[in-house]
Design a protein around this ligand. Structure first.
Ligand code: FMN
Length: 189
């Protein structure tokens, strides 16, 4: 199977990280999922959305809809359309975000705002019906992971995807959550 991991943290290295070599928590989860997926012979690709040029949605057209509503692409010239099209090549998706202010990160919100617009009402969607796993990476308290995963439930509803796993991870439960992440990478219902 072909699996696409999208991550939404810039912190390859996080000085506050408890993980050896100071690897950020989001990126540590990316590596954990990647390792497991490769072990079971999946083809895996990882895109860090923070490294891409993704502008905010401008709600550019009449009544709040631009060409995203009928042409299912975005009028803006940046990296979004290419990534959106590329997503169609994969069987499963893993979305991994840090929790900021009890929400998914800014880069995640910006990306998914535009994905929802282009794909929610796309009869030829290549994303609809596919399975997703969502992982929310928080600080010590873990406060805001539920709100973040709830926002992924809403995204799942609009995209018409199938939520297979919603996983809260904190620096304190990372070790025990590894097994849950490993199980989720089987994409079983
Ligand atoms: C701007 C900002 C807001 C944050 N808000 C929360 C929060 O609401 N709840 C929480 O548990 N942790 C919060 N944190 C901590 C991060 O979720 C935590 O450091 C996480 O490990 C970040 O992922 P990273 O290691 O990939 O950077 C916040 C961190 C930042 C920088």
């Amino acid at each position: 199977m072909k699996v696409l991991i999208l991550s939404f943290s810039n912190n390859l290295v996080n000085e506050d990280s408890f993980i050896p070599n100071k690897i950020g928590l989001t990126f540590s989860c990316v590596k954990e999922c990647e390792k497991q997926l490769k072990k079971s012979k999946n083809e895996v690709e990882h895109i860090c959305i923070n490294k891409k040029n993704i502008k905010k949605c401008n709600a550019c057209g009449k009544r709040g809809w631009g060409i995203c509503g009928d042409k299912h692409i975005c009028i803006q010239k940046d990296d979004f359309n290419e990534i959106y099209k590329y997503m169609g090549n994969f069987d499963f998706y893993v979305f991994i975000t840090p929790v900021y202010f009890h929400e998914m990160s800014e880069s995640a919100k910006t990306f998914f705002d535009r994905l929802k617009r282009c794909d929610s009402f796309n009869d030829d969607s290549k994303i609809k019906g596919k399975k997703i796993v969502c992982i929310a990476c928080a600080g010590g308290s873990g406060s805001g992971t539920e709100e973040t995963l709830k926002a992924f439930d809403t995204l799942n509803y609009f995209l018409g995807t199938k939520m297979i796993g919603r996983i809260p991870v904190t620096k304190n439960n990372f070790e025990s959550q590894k097994e849950i992440m490993h199980n989720a990478m089987k994409f079983e219902e």
